[in-house]
Design a protein around this ligand. Structure first.
Ligand code: NAD
Length: 246
C-alpha cells in the first residue's frame, strides 16, 4: 500500500478520471474526500467522505477542506481533477460567458482549492498538490481556445506554487492527459460533428501509441505523484498522453 493512512481531497470525483482515482487511492490505503457538484452518497466506506460542492464558490471550497480535516484529522494532499470541456468554436463565436465559465472551473477553482489547502499542508511541513491540465496546452487543437488558455494558466499557477511552497516541503506537480476515454472527450468535438466518429477519426488517430488514454492511466500517475516514490519531484509536468505531445 503506497498511500496508507494518507488523506487526499479528490475533485471531479464523479467523473471518468475522478472515479477511477478515488478507487485507486482507496486501494492504496488512503482516506479520500471525494468532491463533485453532485456526488454519489450511496457508497458506504469509512475511508470515503463524499462532499458535494461547486468549486467555483469560495464558501463551498472552504467547507470541503474544513470538513475533510474535521473527519479525518489531517490533509496530505489535493488532486484537482474537476474540469469542463469546450466544444471546438471559432474565436469570434466564443461568448464572454462561455470564456468565463471555462476559466472559472479550470483555473479559478484550482486557485481557490490550492489557496485553501495551503495552510493545512504548511502546518505539517509536508504535502502534495497535483493539478490535472491537458496535453492540449502543449499541442493545441483548433477551436479549443478558452479551454487551452485555462489549462495553460493552471500549469503556470502550479509551477508558481511549486517554487513558493517548496520551503514548506510541499510538492506541486501537473498531469497532462492526452485524449482520454471519458464522457468529456465527446464534448470537445465541434457542434456539427458526430461524437463517436470524432473519437475514432480525430482523437484516437492523434495518439502515437494508437489508443485513447484510459482513466486508470491517469489514476496510476496520480498515485505516483502523491506517494513518497516521487518525493524529489516538484514543478514537473507529466504528460500521460500516449505520445500525443511529441
Ligand atoms: N477526457 C479528456 O480527453 C481529457 C483530456 C485532457 C485533459 N482532461 C482533463 O481531465 C480532467 C478530468 O476529465 P474527465 O475526462 O474525467 O471529465 P469528466 O467530465 O468525466 O469529469 C469532470 C468532473 O468535474 C466535475 N465538475 C465540473 N465543474 C465542477 C465544479 N464547478 N465543481 C465541482 N466539480 C465540477 C464534473 O461534474 C465532472 O464529474 C479535467 O480537468 C479535464 O479537463 C480531460
Amino acid at each position: 500500500m503506497r498511500l496508507r493512512d494518507e488523506v487526499f481531497v479528490v475533485t471531479g470525483a464523479q467523473g471518468g478520471m475522478g472515479k477511477e482515482t478515488v478507487k485507486r487511492f482507496l486501494e492504496e490505503g488512503a482516506y479520500v474526500a471525494a468532491v463533485d457538484l453532485n456526488i454519489d452518497n450511496s457508497i458506504k466506506n469509512d475511508r470515503l467522505l463524499p462532499i458535494s460542492a461547486d468549486l467555483t464558490n469560495e464558501e463551498d471550497v472552504k467547507n470541503v477542506f474544513s470538513k475533510t480535516y474535521q473527519v479525518f484529522g489531517k490533509i496530505t494532499g489535493l488532486l484537482n481533477i474537476a474540469g469542463v470541456a469546450q466544444s471546438a468554436t471559432p474565436i469570434e463565436e466564443v461568448s464572454l460567458d462561455e470564456w468565463k465559465k471555462i476559466i472559472d472551473v479550470n483555473t479559478t477553482a484550482v486557485f481557490l482549492t490550492c489557496r485553501e489547502v495551503a495552510p493545512y499542508l504548511k502546518q505539517q511541513n509536508d504535502g502534495v498538490i497535483v493539478n490535472v491540465a491537458s496535453i492540449s496546452a502543449v499541442r493545441p487543437r483548433p477551436g479549443l481556445n478558452a479551454y487551452i488558455a485555462s489549462k495553460g494558466a493552471t500549469v503556470s499557477l502550479s509551477q508558481a506554487l511549486a517554487i513558493e511552497l517548496a520551503e514548506y516541503g510541499i510538492r506541486v506537480n501537473v498531469v497532462n492527459p492526452g485524449p482520454a476515454d471519458t464522457q468529456m472527450l465527446g464534448q470537445f468535438s465541434s457542434k456539427d460533428m458526430d461524437i463517436e466518429t470524432t473519437k475514432e477519426t480525430i482523437f484516437k488517430k492523434s495518439v502515437p501509441l494508437g489508443k485513447l488514454i484510459q482513466p486508470i492511466d491517469i489514476a496510476n500517475s496520480l498515485v505516483y505523484l502523491s506517494s513518497k516514490e516521487s518525493a524529489i519531484v516538484t514543478g514537473a509536468v507529466l504528460n500521460v498522453d500516449g505520445g500525443r505531445g511529441i
